[in-house]
Ligand binder design. Structure first.
Ligand SMILES: [Mn+2]
Length: 394
């Protein structure tokens, strides 16, 4: 091996190591992010867009601003995306901070501007942040306006509502992990066990299976707390005779799952609990049957709502039936927009009767297809299956 090829080899190794250490979470191919920027430029033609990465905060796990991540796949602080949608074809620049070797003793290695950064990010031009002002002045000369996140947010949200094949793959992984966590939760549920023990068991599965974090605070609500929608203290000791609502979602590759099951603490639903559970389950099935392109979330809600009303429990169903999921658990975009193939939504009716300390919610994630939907969270939910899951307790 001669000197030149040795240097080239070392460079390839360094690039490989850099890529691995900088992007520990699973990402989509760089061409995906580029295609999104092109679609966005098409929507904001004639304007210039400036998007900034989330700032770094000490002692806080860094999380990139979601729109910035959606468009760049870049998960370091201090970066700026400049999209010039005046030029044809559009021009794009990523500005990132210069490396500060002294700080990297604390922060670990960061990516600096230059040709390696261009390869790792898929941007033709990765420049130092110090060149941002001058570049912006130049590209905005011919622009109608310079947009920030505020002006472009609804256009980005529109794009975010339909998922690419690779986004769906990440969502499916998040959901698979969440199903493992539901199983772990069921096995931990027992009379005398604490809600936080269930939380610990399920969140262990998240991280153990490569999820970054819970996508939202895990809800383990038993007895009276099964009727509180966003209860997440998880500090009650469960009693035989309670139902317990476990509403959880892993975040994987930035994407959020959201799956709820309701379990009997004793390992067997009482006749009254079975009655309510079956109504919620049938309401969910009625709502799911509606899911297909062209239908609105409000029409899906109407299906589960009218079913629950027909059984006399309308006033105990106090929330909506569906929301989009994606980079956020309550994902962005107009909720009035009719469904299209490759959108991913939840279907989650519930009945909450505080005077009986009885709450039941069942939530699944479905992918809208050209003809209907595909259930992504294929976790058991029939009454006997749920009983059996709790009976497999440790
Ligand atoms: Mn939900």
């Amino acid at each position: 091996m001669n000197g030149t090829s040795r240097a080239a080899f070392a460079r390839v190794c360094l690039l490989f190591l850099t890529a691995v250490s900088l992007f520990a979470i699973e990402k989509e191919p760089l061409t995906e992010y580029r295609a999104r920027r092109e679609r966005l430029a098409e929507r904001i033609k004639g304007n210039v867009l400036v998007l900034r990465a989330a700032p770094d905060q000490e002692l806080t796990e860094y999380q990139q601003e979601r729109n910035f991540y959606y468009l760049t796949g870049f998960d370091q602080p201090g970066a700026i995306l400049l999209l010039d949608a005046v030029s044809e074809p559009m021009q794009e620049f990523l500005f990132i901070p210069e490396r500060k070797p002294a700080e990297e003793r604390w922060t670990g290695e960061k990516l600096g501007p230059g040709p390696d950064a261009a390869r790792v990010t898929g941007f033709a031009k990765v420049l130092p942040v110090s060149e941002f002002d001058a570049t912006l002045r130049k590209v905005s000369e011919r622009a109608k306006a310079t947009y920030g996140l505020k002006e472009a947010e609804s256009d980005i949200a529109y794009l975010r509502q339909t998922k690419s094949r690779t986004e769906i793959a990440l969502l499916e992984k998040a959901i698979q992990i969440t199903m493992k966590a539901q199983q772990a939760a069921a096995r931990e549920i027992a009379p005398g066990a604490w809600e936080y023990e269930v939380e610990a068991a399920l969140e262990f599965e998240f991280r153990h299976n490569g999820a970054e974090r819970p996508a939202f605070p895990s809800i383990v609500g038993s007895g009276p707390f099964s009727t509180i929608l966003h209860y997440n203290e998880n500090t009650r000791r469960m009693e035989s005779g309670d139902t317990v609502v476990v509403d959880i979602g892993a975040e994987y590759g930035g994407y959020a799952a959201d799956v709820t099951r309701t379990y009997p603490v004793s390992g067997k639903f009482s006749p009254r609990q079975r009655e309510i559970y079956q109504i919620v389950l049938d309401a969910q099935k009625a709502a799911m049957a509606k899911v297909k392109p062209g239908v609105t979330i409000s029409e899906i809600h109407q299906a589960s709502k009218s079913y629950i009303e027909s059984k006399g429990y309308g006033k105990y169903f106090i929330h909506g039936t569906s929301h989009h999921i994606g980079l956020e658990v309550h994902d962005v975009g107009a909720t009035t927009r009719p469904l299209e193939a490759n959108m991913v939504i939840t279907v989650e009716p519930g009945i909450y009767i505080p005077e009986e300390k009885l709450g039941v919610r069942i939530e699944d994630d479905v992918l809208v297809t050209s003809t209907g939907y595909r259930l992504l969270s294929t976790f058991p939910k029939e009454i006997d299956e749920i009983d059996a899951l709790v009976q497999k307790r440790k």
